[in-house]
Ligand binder design. Structure first.
Ligand code: SF4
Length: 269
């Protein structure tokens, strides 16, 4: 399960796939801690064994550790991960997550393009310093990268920067046409550009960091995507999407949906 604890975020990434940029009603009203605890009870009753806590930016919630502590009590054996943009992550917090056995994941949105790709004036340097410190503390962070038209030229450098900083794993994917990206379609890369990114990364010296490529350009769950567009980008060899089968999402207002990137035909419940 992915639990989107809040829609609030201090970044303005132009490619952000969070669905509430297209369907604002899905973000409101946000559940309070008691609401999330009720959902965690249900997760425990249903045998959920793997939860990703995310947002928005989950670290903006003042009651985050109250929710996580409760989660650990009702799901003592489950795998927990937390996705953060790392703007508030520091050594104290990394140690706190390590003690609670909560794995960390973040994204590297660019190097030269980091400010543009986060909609902030920030630099990638602090993010890489946090990734490096987490590695030194033996609680390394998984790093994901979204390739857009803007950072396409430095995608291989981003990969090297994440690997040399001590990322535990690296996940690379093209921008998905959804969320805020639906209004920023000029960020889409072509299939050829995506294959070029994969070629460049595969040609790098082996940094001994496991990595995966996500081939989904357009989420096939979407009810509103014209078929020609789907056919154009659909990766024929891709594994079937687990949405709604072994994977589900609960949004900031507590409604369940099957897919992270879209509001499927059946809507939320
Ligand atoms: S992609 Fe993540 S960090 Fe960027 S605006 Fe969306 S939730 Fe915030």
């Amino acid at each position: 399960m992915t639990l989107e604890l809040t829609a609030k975020c201090n970044f303005r990434c132009p490619y952000c796939y969070c669905v509430w940029h297209e369907y604002p009603a899905l973000a409101k009203p946000e559940l309070d801690a008691a609401g999330w605890k009720t959902i965690l009870d249900k997760c425990a009753a249903d045998g959920v064994d793997d939860i990703l806590f995310t947002g928005g930016e989950a670290l903006l919630r003042n009651d985050l550790f109250d929710i996580l502590g409760y989660a650990r009590r009702v799901l003592p054996k489950a795998k927990f991960s937390l996705f953060t943009n790392a703007s508030r992550l520091d050594e104290t917090l990394i140690k706190k997550f390590k003690r609670r056995k909560i794995h960390l994941a973040t994204s590297l949105q660019g190097l030269r393009t980091y400010g543009a790709m986060t909609g902030t004036r920030r630099s990638y340097k602090r993010l890489l310093a946090v990734v490096a410190r987490a590695s030194e503390l033996k609680w390394p962070i998984a790093v994901s990268m979204t390739v857009t038209k803007a950072n396409f030229g430095e995608a291989a450098d981003m990969f090297v920067a994440a690997a040399l900083s001590g990322a535990s794993t690296i996940q690379v994917g093209p921008v998905i046409l959804g969320g805020r990206a639906a209004a920023n379609q000029e960020l889409m890369i072509s299939r050829d550009e995506w294959e070029e990114v994969k070629r460049r990364i595969r040609a790098l010296p082996d940094a001994h960091v496991p990595y995966t490529f996500c081939d989904e350009f357009i989420c096939s769950c979407r009810a509103d995507t014209p078929k020609p567009l789907l056919d154009m980008w659909e990766e024929k060899n891709r594994k079937p999407c687990p949405a709604g089968k072994s994977f589900g999402v609960i949004g900031p207002n507590g409604l369940y949906r099957t897919c992270l990137h879209s509001l499927p035909k059946g809507g939320c419940r």
